[in-house]
Design a protein around this ligand. Structure first.
Ligand code: ASP
Length: 382
């Protein structure tokens, strides 16, 4: 008798417009995100293109509008993913998510999860019950892509939206209303896939499932393991500020400097969580710079002050594409703590040349990268 081996796919729901319901017939287009459970949604597409050898486990991780995604929700999601990754019966994972912070969650997962199992995220720009809803089609596409990735033994994190597969590293929401809201530097169109039966081997050429860009290419610094992140519900505090026309020298960055100086005067150490103010001490700052990673000269002095107070600064560009090959506008500073803190990855030197460090990542992704880097560094020096 043949031994039977159950193969499972895990479906995780987090809310968003894909789980949204219209407010009422009077308010056209108005809806509330995160209303329908993932069990209800899945129940309506279940079985579409499901290969017979798969069982499906469906879990509601949270039920939110993803604009409110917090570290605590990510921890819940990561805990589910850790379990799924460790279960040999699980072959792949599908996640439904609001579109507002989809790219941040996708990026986080692409950094932390082992690459041996595929993870596909999808969402929708219209509520589930809207006449022009895109939720069902996106879910079916995501499901078909996931099964193909499993069939090809390809792991990694991808986003499927509007008939395209996007790599988690570069995908961004670029339109506030269009069904075609997401772009990335290398989207892979799915038009043939949505027409063909999902099991058709010729639905997609193998080139269309290229492995996403390696994390080390965009961030050659230390980052924590999934277990380390799960052990730290509090992330190091990292803020994002934007360089723009008319930026005030005495604006947000100076306010951050003054706050840190006040904390120092009050004797609040960097490790101690202060009773007042309620905020944890600032550990990192991402500058969403202009064009090729430049920033207004008026930011120079306050940024150097922050760095001399021990804050790690990462410079990025607010322009979405074309970061490759840039090295950013340097911000030298004699007392600058580098990103490296003496830590190295095996493949790359983690030593930065001094001054704030340029990153090709988008500002919101750089915030995640820097916070996780600081978390790993604090672990290593503890
Ligand atoms: N505000 C919604 C969310 O991100 C938008 C969407 O899902 O399209 O949850």
């Amino acid at each position: 008798m043949k031994a039977s081996f159950v193969q499972k796919i895990v479906v995780l729901g987090t809310g968003g417009t894909i789980a949204g319901l219209s407010v009422g017939p009077q308010e056209r287009g108005q809806y509330r995100a995160g209303e329908l459970s993932i069990e209800r949604i899945w129940g309506q597409v279940n079985g579409v293109g499901l290969e017979p050898h798969f069982d499906v486990d469906v879990h509601q991780v949270c039920q939110i509008d993803s604009k409110d995604m917090a570290h605590a929700h990510w921890h819940l999601l990561l805990a589910h993913l850790q379990t799924a990754m460790a279960d040999p019966a699980v072959r792949g994972i599908l996640i439904t998510h609001g579109t507002d912070t989809l790219e941040e969650t996708a990026f986080l997962l692409s950094w932390l999860l082992p690459h041996d199992k595929p993870v596909v995220l999808t969402g929708a720009m219209r509520a589930w019950d809207a006449p022009d809803s895109d939720g069902r089609q996106n879910l079916q596409d995501a499901w078909a892509v996931l099964q193909r990735l499993i069939a090809r033994s390809m792991g990694g994190v991808r986003v499927v939206m509007a008939g395209e597969v996007h790599p988690a590293g570069s995908v961004q929401k670029m339109h506030a209303q269009s069904l075609h809201a997401f772009e990335s530097e290398a989207p892979m169109p799915l038009s043939r896939l949505t027409q063909d039966p999902p099991t058709s081997p010729q639905s997609l050429g193998s080139g269309q499932f290229e492995a996403p860009r390696s994390v080390e290419d965009v961030w050659p610094y230390v980052r924590p393991s999934l277990a380390q992140v799960l052990a730290h519900p509090q992330w190091p505090r990292v803020e994002v500020v934007m360089s723009h026309a008319g930026v005030e020298p005495a604006g947000v960055v100076l306010a951050l400097v003054e706050q840190l100086e006040r904390e120092r005067e009050l004797g609040l150490g960097r490790e101690a969580a202060p009773a007042t103010p309620r905020l944890a001490p600032l550990r990192g700052l991402v500058v969403s710079g202009t064009g090729s990673g430049t920033w207004a000269e008026s930011l120079r002095e306050p940024l150097l002050s922050l760095m001399s107070l021990g804050v790690t600064v990462v410079l990025t560009s607010r322009v979405p594409w074309g970061h490759e090959g840039l090295s950013g506008h340097p911000l030298p500073g004699p007392k600058t703590p580098t990103l490296a803190s003496g830590l190295t990855t095996s493949a790359h030197s983690a030593h930065s040349p001094g001054g704030a460090q340029w990153s090709q990542l988008s500002p919101v992704k750089a915030r995640i990268a820097l916070a996780l880097h600081l978390l790993a560094s604090q672990e290593a020096t503890a």
